[in-house]
Design a protein around this ligand. Structure first.
Ligand SMILES: Cc1cc2nc3c(=O)[nH]c(=O)nc-3n(C[C@H](O)[C@H](O)[C@H](O)COP(=O)(O)OP(=O)(O)OC[C@H]3O[C@@H](n4cnc5c(N)ncnc54)[C@H](O)[C@@H]3O)c2cc1C
Length: 374
């Protein structure tokens, strides 16, 4: 990359939530930014996610919260129901000011469309079907050999390549991916009229719930306890999820037929990653899930990923020396991200032990902690 005019250059590996927001934040700070993504354009799976307060706040920082709310569904309350009825109602902290909701549900493709459009608008170049095969440091820069045989020499290399990060290995931070004995399911369904916030339902064996992602759509989630991390054929997923929901009565029973005929069901292992040493090596760094993957229970992985991009850009503004900025970035982020990963693991354990009433206060405390500035 040519930076003879003094413009600093960055190569970002991964065009997910972390990669695209980091690209926008750096491009706005005057960096020349290129993103490479191993997948193809528009492949974000068709299920949804919750953007909790810190996600909305960070998106607000990029001027994107209103777009996400318009494309998704704003809400503020989590209602937890167990066999004895409503066990708790949690009003989440409102972090975007005004009358804005505390959180939003949104379809993943919608979120990716908004993040990608902003990264392109800010001047980022994005290439699909491309990855990195080798990294070397040279005179304070990084030489990245790409899978198409070309080479980029840049001032900053960001690994935003998710839980199975290649960059993490290439910079010498191999870290185990831990499986926690649970599989999480998501099925897209029409939004039931009563689902104006997140509802969770604890059963004897598994937990389920509903998250609205637009005025007309929602997803049903299910956490299956005590299973090996096996893979089921896609064609069997909707029927199997329907079976797992069979013991639930009331509102879940009403939704079961919708799940069984859903056109979009996914099943993913509950896994976590936490790098316990530095996230950087000279001018290379990993962030987002590549550095810290929480389990989905706290619905806050996206918040950490977006915050990472914003904080990184700020630290790079503060320090001309990229290596120093990356160390400052890790120092600033480590405690918050580690605490969330650990709390998410603790919640997963409580769920498996059917100690739901103990998990709710932990979830509430964690949301309040996450409400503190990043
Ligand atoms: C089932 C499930 C439900 C979840 N629900 C929520 C939720 O409701 N709310 C929430 O906040 N979080 C949720 N999360 C967590 C959230 O999805 C992640 O924390 C977030 O996506 C992390 O963003 P990321 O960009 O770091 O990683 P990713 O989103 O995984 O993006 C990484 C990108 O890098 C690409 N890539 C991978 N390897 C390479 C390579 N070698 N070269 C180039 N590109 C590469 C991938 O294709 C991908 O596009 C959930 C997670 C799961 C599994």
């Amino acid at each position: 990359m040519d930076n003879s005019d003094g413009t600093r250059s960055a190569l970002i590996v991964g065009a997910g939530i972390a990669g695209l927001t980091t690209a926008s934040a750096l491009a706005r700070s005057g960096w020349s930014v290129e993103v490479i993504e191993s997948g193809s354009e528009g492949t974000a799976a068709g299920w949804g996610l919750s953007l909790t307060g810190p996600s909305l706040r960070a998106l607000h920082g990029l001027g994107l919260a209103d777009q996400c709310l318009a494309a998704g569904y704003g809400m503020s309350v989590i209602t937890n129901v167990d066999a004895n009825g409503v066990a708790s109602q949690l009003e989440l902290p409102h972090l975007i000011g005004g009358d804005g909701p505390a959180m939003a549900g949104i379809a993943r493709p919608e979120l990716h469309r908004i993040l990608r459009a902003e990264a392109l608008r800010a001047g980022t170049r994005i290439h699909y079907g491309l990855s990195v095969s080798r990294l070397a440091q040279q005179d304070g820069q990084v030489c990245a050999e790409l899978t198409d045989g070309t080479v980029r020499t840049v001032d900053l290399l960001v690994g935003a390549d998710g839980i199975r990060s290649t960059v993490r290995d290439l910079i010498g931070r191999p870290t185990p991916v831990r499986y926690h004995g649970q599989m999480v399911w998501r099925a897209r369904v029409p939004r039931p009229g009563w689902a104006t916030g997140i509802h969770t339902f604890a059963g004897d064996g598994h937990q389920t719930g509903v998250v609205p992602i637009s005025p007309s759509r929602a997803y049903v989630f299910l956490t299956e306890n005590g299973v090996p991390p096996d893979v089921l054929p896609d064609a069997e997923l909707a029927a199997r999820m329907g079976e797992l929901l069979a013991p639930f009565t009331g509102r879940v029973a009403e939704l079961r037929p919708e799940v069984a005929r859903s056109d979009s069901v996914i099943r993913r292992p509950v896994q976590t990653v936490l790098i316990d040493t530095s996230w950087s090596d000279g001018p290379s760094v990993v962030l987002g899930d590549a550095a810290h993957t929480p389990s989905p229970q706290m619905a806050s992985g996206a918040a950490l990923a977006i915050e990472d991009g914003l904080v990184l850009a700020k630290e790079l503004d503060r320090y001309q020396d990229v290596g120093k900025a990356l160390e400052a970035f890790t120092d600033r982020r480590r405690e918050r991200c580690s605490a969330l990963v650990r709390a998410s693991v603790a919640i997963a354990s409580l769920e498996q032990e059917q100690r739901h009433r103990e998990s709710y206060p932990l979830i509430e405390a964690c949301h309040h902690r996450m409400a503190q500035p990043a």
